[in-house]
Each structure stands twice: as structure tokens, then as C-alpha cells.
Design a binder for this molecule. Structure first.
Ligand SMILES: NC(=O)c1ccc[n+]([C@@H]2O[C@H](COP(=O)([O-])OP(=O)(O)OC[C@H]3O[C@@H](n4cnc5c(N)ncnc54)[C@H](OP(=O)(O)O)[C@@H]3O)[C@@H](O)[C@H]2O)c1
Length: 241
């Protein structure tokens, strides 16, 4: 990730699927270099000179600081943004969730994002500019049944991003939280429900990409604190058992 092109780099977690993959494509199209992080890029092979990827299990918290440190050593170009997008859902009444699932959701959805952000923050502050984005959720704003752990993780992301924005204001680093309602992605493949099929029943990943582009393009003195997006008519359907 060297800077012979004069491009700026955007780092995106969860870049192999859904929202993250849409962000990768849109930001490459806009001329950014993109570094994607996910477990596995087999399902999303992108042949683009501006794209590089790293397979990192973000939920392996013990190894993550060292992985981030090595990654930062490789980066010699200015970093425009770090987009903390990777996340998982484990839904159900609390008694139905295993401790393993609870830890996996919290490790992936909040603690790994804190570690990734902590790793990149000194570089962004040194640059005197840069954006840190978090993919929150409507679940960051309102608790709902069978979503206790997912909501807890996303409320935590919201609190973290608010505090970090306050900490970073003087440094030139901007912090933005994006809270989508249902987005039509593979996120629902492991869940027992999904959005209904009509176009107005779910947001498309490309809608989130347009929103991120707007955030990155904002005048440096202005920050989008939080953006909430909803499908015009959010309707869920249960999958057949
Ligand atoms: N879809 C929705 O309705 C919706 C609504 C609001 C918010 N969100 C949030 O949006 C974000 C993206 O979700 P999505 O809908 O795009 O889901 P998705 O299609 O399932 O994509 C999730 C991404 O996160 C990565 N990921 C998950 N666990 C990881 C780990 N331990 N290490 C590294 N990468 C990991 C996945 O990589 P691998 O496949 O390689 O594991 C994948 O690239 C999540 O934070 C989600 O909570 C989604």
C-alpha cells in the first residue's frame, strides 16, 4: 500500500460482503485506494489495481493488536478513512443465546472496532485529518425483543462513537455513526427472518455507499454526527422453519 499514485486510502472492515463490499466498489469508483478486511475474500474476489485485502479474524481479540500494528507498518499512503463496518447478528431470547454467541457478538461488533480504531487513531491525528465511521444500526437507537445482545453491541458502538467524536474534534479527525434499518445483504442468511421482497421493504447496500460518499466529501470543518436511514416501508418476513 504505497503512495506512488497520489491516492488516499480507505480501510473498510467487513469488506467481503453486503454493505462493506458495496462500499469497496463505490469508493474504488471514486478513485480511492481501498484496503478491505474480512475473514475470507473467496466469495468476493475483486480484481482492481486499487484494491488490496487482508484476511483477519477481527473477533480474535488477543491477536488483533499485533495484526493491526503489522498492517499499519505496511501503509505508506495517507489514510482518508477507517470504516468499521464488520458485524454479525445472533438473535433470539436471551435464554436461547449461548455465552459463546454473546461473546462473539460483543467481540466482533464493538471490542474489535475499538481495537481497530485505537490502532489507526495516532496516524489520523498525526495527519491532522481523516474520518472514522461506524456502521451502527436502528438497533443502536431502540432495544427490541430477541435483539438484546445485538442491541447492546450497537448501543455500545453509538456511545463509543459519540465520546470519540468529542475527543477528536480538535485534532481534525471526524467521527460518524451510520444507523441503517434493514439492508438487503447476506447478513440475514443465518437468521430466521429477513426483509420482505418489495423494493421499499429494505435499503440497498448501494444506498449506504452513497451516504458514506457524502460523509467523506463534507467540508472538513463539518462532521455528520449520525445518519439514520430506513426503508420507506420496513416489513419483515419469517423464513420457513
Ligand atoms: N443488513 C442489515 O439489515 C443491517 C442493518 C443495520 C446495520 N447493519 C450492520 O452493517 C454491518 C455490515 O453488515 P452486512 O449487512 O453487510 O452483513 P454481511 O453481508 O453479513 O457482511 C458482514 C461482513 O463482516 C465481516 N465479518 C464478520 N465477522 C468478522 C470477523 N470476525 N472478522 C472479520 N470480518 C468479519 C464478514 O466477513 P466474512 O464473511 O469474511 O466473515 C463480512 O464481510 C454490520 O455491522 C451490521 O451489524 C446491517
Amino acid at each position: 500500500m504505497s503512495n506512488s499514485s497520489g491516492k488516499k486510502l480507505v480501510v473498510i472492515t467487513g469488506a467481503s460482503s453486503g454493505i462493506g463490499l458495496a462500499l469497496v466498489k463505490a469508493l474504488l469508483e471514486e478513485g480511492y485506494a481501498v484496503l478491505g478486511i474480512a475473514n475470507d475474500f473467496e466469495k468476493a474476489r475483486l480484481d482492481h489495481p486499487g484494491f488490496s485485502s487482508r484476511s483477519i479474524n477481527l473477533a480474535d481479540l488477543d491477536a488483533l493488536p499485533e495484526r493491526m500494528s503489522s498492517l499499519l507498518d505496511e501503509i505508506t499512503m495517507p489514510v482518508k478513512a477507517v470504516i468499521n463496518n464488520a458485524g454479525i447478528g445472533r438473535m433470539g431470547f436471551l435464554e436461547q443465546l449461548s455465552v459463546k454467541d454473546i461473546r462473539l457478538v460483543m467481540d466482533t461488533n464493538i471490542t474489535s472496532q475499538i481495537i481497530v480504531t485505537k490502532a489507526f487513531l495516532p496516524l489520523l491525528k498525526k495527519q491532522g485529518e481523516g474520518d472514522i465511521l461506524f456502521m451502527g444500526s436502528e438497533a443502536a437507537l431502540k432495544g427490541a425483543r430477541q435483539g438484546s445482545i445485538y442491541c447492546a453491541s450497537k448501543f455500545a458502538v453509538r456511545g463509543f462513537s459519540q465520546a470519540l467524536r468529542d475527543e477528536c474534534g480538535k485534532s481534525g479527525v471526524r467521527v460518524t455513526l451510520i444507523n441503517p434499518g434493514a439492508v438487503r445483504t447476506p447478513f440475514f442468511e443465518k437468521l430466521q427472518f429477513e426483509p420482505e421482497l418489495a423494493a421499499e421493504n429494505a435499503i440497498e447496500p448501494e444506498d449506504i455507499a452513497s451516504t458514506v460518499s457524502m460523509v467523506l466529501a463534507a467540508r472538513p470543518g463539518t462532521v455528520f454526527d449520525e445518519i439514520t436511514l430506513s426503508p420507506r416501508n420496513q416489513v419483515w418476513k419469517k423464513k420457513d422453519a
